[in-house]
Design a protein around this ligand. Structure first.
Ligand SMILES: [Zn+2]
Ligand SMILES: [Zn+2]
Length: 248
């Protein structure tokens, strides 16, 4: 299995640093995980949009989903020739948002472009050579974490979330946990919606993940990997756009 980081910036893209997006591939199967701003362009360095096997979106925040809008244009109006609607797995509030932006006609045209599965609670789906499992996480809106398994390896992805049990569950024994660290310091009261580097490390430890890759790291954090390494015994890295990680 191969994980390619398309982007990891939050909450907006910088030059050569798109927002959250990843490409997971195994065998002949390619899945685009989160379509953050700027990731559609990066995706095409590795795979053509019309040969994707599925797209999976963690939640409706624009830094994880905005490039779906131009992906729709590409699949509907360009020289690309998809064999059929591209499977798209989304949280329950995203379709209405896409239609609102694309216009009322999209109610009829979206299903021609995307074969849409709306998530609700825990779920799973086999896409070619990859098995996807997801579950709801704590982000103040419908949001999901993901586990993808293929070729004996597994990647767990937090999406955006506060520390929560379903992320630990999905990350159990994972080859790699790709975990957000959107907070330098968590707010002292209610409304926690992200992890700190220490949170990510504790989740990796509790879940028994083998490696930790921090992503969506708050720009104010100076040494996220060093902070996480104090609470996790395995290897810790920071997601960098263009990075390709082979997992077995
Ligand atoms: Zn978010
Ligand atoms: Zn985010």
């Amino acid at each position: 299995m191969r994980l390619t980081v398309l982007g990891a910036s939050t909450p907006y893209p910088r030059p050569d640093a798109p927002c959250s997006g990843y490409l997971v591939q195994h065998g002949r199967t390619s899945v685009w995980v989160d379509a953050g701003t700027g990731t559609l362009a990066e995706l095409q360095r590795h795979v053509s949009l019309d040969s994707l096997d599925a797209i999976w979106i963690s939640h409706a925040h624009a830094d994880h989903s905005a490039d779906l809008l131009t992906a729709y244009y590409a699949l509907r109006f360009s020289e690309l020739a998809p064999a059929g609607p591209v499977p798209l797995i989304v949280p329950p509030n995203l379709v209405d948002r896409l239609v609102t932006f694309l216009g009322p006609g999209a109610v009829k045209t979206l299903p021609k472009v995307f074969d849409i599965t709306q998530m609700g609670g825990f779920g799973e789906l086999v896409i070619g050579d990859l098995a996807l499992e997801w579950g709801p996480v704590d982000h103040g809106m419908p949001a999901y974490a993901l586990r993808i398994t293929g070729g004996g390896a597994s990647v767990a992805y937090s999406g955006d979330t506060a520390p929560c049990g379903s992320l630990v569950e999905l990350a159990a024994g994972a080859t790699l946990l790709l975990c957000e660290a959107g907070y330098d310091v968590a707010p002292p009261s209610n409304g926690v919606v992200h992890c700190t580097p220490e949170d990510a490390a504790r989740i990796a430890t509790t879940a028994g993940a083998h490696r930790l890759l921090l992503t969506h790291v708050d720009a104010g954090i100076a040494d996220a990997a060093g902070r996480a390494a104090k609470s996790f015994a395995g290897s810790v890295g920071i997601a960098i756009p263009g990075q390709v990680i082979s997992l077995a």
